[in-house]
Design a protein around this ligand. Sequence first.
Ligand code: MLT
Length: 322
Amino acid sequence: MRLLTLAAAVALVTGPAAAQDYPSKTITIVVPAAAGGPTDTISRITALAMSKHLGGQQIVIENVGGAGGTLGTARVVRAAPDGYTLLIYHVGLSTAATLYRNLPYDTRQAFAPIGLITDAPMTIIARSDFPPSNLKDFVTYIKDRGVKTTMGNAGVGSAAHLCGMLFMSETKLNLTTVPYRGTGPVMNDLLGKQIDTSCDQATNTTGPILGKQVKAYAVTTKTRLKSLPDVPTADEAGLKGFELAVWHGLFAPKGTPPAVVQKLNAALQAALKDPDLVKRFNDISTDPMSQDRATPAAAERTLLSEIDRWAPIIKAAGQYAD
Ligand code: MLT
């Protein structure tokens, strides 16, 4: 008889039992960005809906901002793979694999993906008293302004950084980027007129745009958003083919028992059909991901293919984080 190591024996006995009883305590979802930003907002709505399908088990959100989301992500990678510490993040998970050359984890191997949640549009915005009235004048004004124009983001690797990087290379503008621990604080400084511009997710900017608290120059979708009908697409506004949507996904650490992954995926799939979640997502200009993309396999495919997609773009821009 092959002698099992003690750990393997324990895992053999407790794994299925632990998975059977899962969840038996509070689940933590780490959001690797500050509270009040788009990732935080999407996560809180999703956690509330998922809880209903996990026996009412409490799901708490823990904000761990900094370093473009890699600090919070590393926290989850190091956590016990038992289903009680999860991550909700977005395309920044894939871009960090190229941007950060000393990541303390291998993005391709570190996760047990659960499923994708939403694809959020982005918006090019400025403080409400920024003079240009359209994107064409915006570009000319900044070029001719002669003083530095600031653009807030959530650190190298954030969606706001990615959008800003693409926007600057497309327009040949040289904006002064100001990194924050999330675009919640970026929005606060835009409202306070402490910074000039940002490219942030519509899930964070729809309210301030509709309330005329910030100026919107474009949305980064193929067609205009139902919730922001007066905001032109970037393509209409002169940035031909400028499209960017920010996929968000739910991830567990590698080694999480398949039965736990399955339970979490079932709860996610049910949550994405929850009428309250759908309405709250629609109110902030986004939609729940289709069921076929809210699967572990689809999330894995997206995570890996996006690493390959963004690597050459990032290398060409030469904008590494370290
Ligand atoms: C990002 O730009 O990556 C996100 O907006 C960060 C956040 O959710 O605050």
